[in-house]
Design a protein around this ligand. Structure first.
Ligand code: DOR
Ligand code: ZN
Length: 407
C-alpha cells in the first residue's frame, strides 16, 4: 500500500490518501498537492518520420514529469496518419518506444482527415479518439480547406459518432497575407500573416457545420477575442462546441517577439496582451473547456533560422502544469478550474474511462526553467527563465509509482 500523509487535496483540505501497491511506502505529503492524472488532448510526439524532433522515449518521460498520464497524439507525421495501415503501424511503433523506456503512458490517436482517404474512416472508427482537420496548413502536408470536403467529413463523423478536432485558420487569408509580406523578416509578421480574422473566419464555419450536422466539434488552440465571441454565442445556443487554449497564449504574447524570435513562432500565432487578458477571463468563466499543450517540438537549430525557414511549434507538455499552478498561487485561477481544464473536461468531452492515476505535485519548491533541464528530445522551452512552482514529484499510474526525479 502507498500512503500519502497530510497531502493537499483539490478542494484545498488536507488528507491521508492511499493506493493499493505491492510494497508498503509512506510519503510525507506536507509539501505536496494530490491531483488526478492529467490529460493532454493535443500533442505532437512526431512518430513516425520526425524522430529527429521528438520520439515517445523522450516525450513519455516529459509527459510523466509534467503530470500527464494520458495524451492524445496528432496525425501530422511523416507519413500522415490517414489510413488504417498507417494507424496500425503507428500504434506498433509507439508501443515499442514506450516499452523501451518502460513508461506507462496512456495514449490515444487522432486520425488525419484527407479527402482522398475518407473510405478509411470506417475501418478505424473504433480505434481513434477523433478526426483531426487542418483547415489551414501547418507542419506537415495535411490540409482540407475546401467546403465540400468539410461537409463530407462532418457527414461521415455524424454517421460514425466521431468527434472532429479542428485546426481552425482560413487558408486563403493566410496565403494572401504570406504573399503580401513575403519579404518581411521580423518575427512579428508571423502574427500579421496569420491574422486573427483567419481564425475567426474558420471558427465561424466550424460553428455552422456543427449546427448543420450536430457533430461534436473540438476547436484546438483558440487564441483570439473574436473566436471567443463566436464560441460563447454557439454555446449559449446549446451547440456541441468545445474549445481548447494553450499555455503559450496564456503566458506569452506578441510583444515578446524581440526576445523570443523563432521560439515564439507557432500556429496559430501569438496574439496581443488584450487577447490574453480576455482568454483568462473566458477560462475562468467556463467558456474555455480545456488546456492542451500543443507540444510541437522542433530542433533548436531549426527554430533559430530566419522567419521564412523557421518551423511553427513549441514544446510544452512538461511546463503546462507548473505554469498553471504558479498562476493559481498568484490568484489568477482557482485550483478547481485547473483540474477541470486539464483533467475533468477532457475526460468528459472524449468519454474517457475513469482511472485512479494520481500526481503528487511539489507546490513549495520553485525552479527556474532552463533548456538543459527539459526532458523533451528538443531540449528547449519558450518559457525559459521563468520561475515556477508546481513540478510533479511522484506519479502513480497503472500500479506503478514513478519518482519524477529519477526518470
Ligand atoms: O505551431 C504548430 N505546430 N501548429 C500546428 O498546427 C502544428 C504544430 C506542429 O506539428 O509543428
Ligand atoms: Zn497542434
Amino acid at each position: 500500500m502507498i500512503t500519502i500523509n497530510n497531502v493537499l487535496m483539490p478542494d484545498e483540505t488536507r488528507k491521508t490518501i492511499t493506493r493499493e501497491y505491492h510494497e508498503d511506502i509512506t510519503i510525507d505529503g506536507s509539501n505536496l498537492l494530490a491531483l488526478p492524472g492529467l490529460i493532454d488532448p493535443h500533442v505532437h510526439f512526431r512518430v513516425p518520420g520526425l524522430e529527429d524532433k521528438e520520439d515517445w522515449q523522450h516525450a513519455s518521460i516529459a509527459a510523466i514529469k509534467g503530470g500527464y498520464t494520458t495524451v492524445f497524439d496528432m496525425p501530422n507525421t511523416k507519413p500522415a496518419t490517414t489510413t488504417k495501415e498507417r494507424l496500425d503501424n503507428k500504434f506498433q511503433i509507439i508501443n515499442q518506444q514506450l516499452s523501451e523506456v518502460d513508461m506507462p503512458l496512456r495514449y490515444k490517436l487522432f486520425f488525419g482527415a484527407d479527402k482522398n482517404q475518407f473510405h478509411e474512416i470506417v475501418k478505424v472508427k473504433d480505434d481513434i479518439v477523433g478526426i483531426k482537420v487542418f483547415m489551414g496548413a501547418s507542419t506537415g502536408d495535411l490540409l482540407m480547406d475546401d467546403e465540400s470536403s468539410l461537409h463530407a467529413i462532418y457527414a461521415l463523423a455524424k454517421v460514425h459518432g466521431l468527434i472532429i478536432a479542428l485546426h481552425a485558420e482560413d487558408e486563403l487569408i493566410i496565403r494572401n497575407n504570406a504573399a503580401k509580406y513575403a519579404d518581411e523578416t521580423d518575427f512579428k509578421y508571423h502574427s500579421i500573416i496569420r491574422e486573427p480574422e483567419a481564425a475567426v473566419k474558420a471558427v465561424d464555419l466550424v460553428i455552422k457545420l456543427t449546427e448543420i450536422y450536430g457533430v461534436t466539434s473540438y476547436i484546438l488552440h483558440l487564441s483570439t477575442i473574436g473566436e471567443l465571441e463566436l464560441v460563447k454565442k454557439a454555446k449559449e445556443r446549446g451547440l456541441p462546441v468545445f474549445v481548447e487554449t494553450c499555455p503559450h497564449y496564456l503566458f506569452l504574447d506578441e510583444s515578446m517577439y524581440p526576445t523570443l524570435n523563432g521560439r515564439g513562432k507557432m500556429n496559430p500565432p501569438l496574439r496581443t496582451k488584450n487577447d490574453q487578458d480576455i482568454l483568462w477571463n473566458a477560462l475562468n468563466d467556463g467558456v474555455i473547456d480545456t488546456i492542451g499543450s500543443d507540444h510541437a517540438p522542433h530542433k533548436l537549430g531549426e527554430k533559430e533560422q530566419p522567419l521564412c525557414k523557421c518551423p511553427s511549434g513549441v514544446p510544452g507538455i512538461e511546463t503546462t502544469l507548473p505554469l498553471m499552478l504558479t498562476a493559481w498561487k498568484q490568484n489568477k485561477v482557482k485550483l478547481s478550474k485547473v483540474i477541470e481544464l486539464t483533467h475533468a473536461n477532457p475526460q468528459k468531452i472524449f468519454s474517457l474511462a475513469k482511472n485512479d492515476d494520481l500526481v503528487l505535485v511539489d507546490i513549495v519548491t520553485s525552479k527556474i526553467l532552463t533548456d538543459e533541464n527539459m526532458a523533451t528530445k528538443c531540449k528547449w522551452t519558450p518559457f525559459v527563465g521563468m520561475e515556477l512552482i508546481g513540478f510533479p514529484r511522484f506519479v502513480f499510474t497503472q500500479n506503478r509509482l514513478i519518482d519524477c526525479e529519477k526518470i
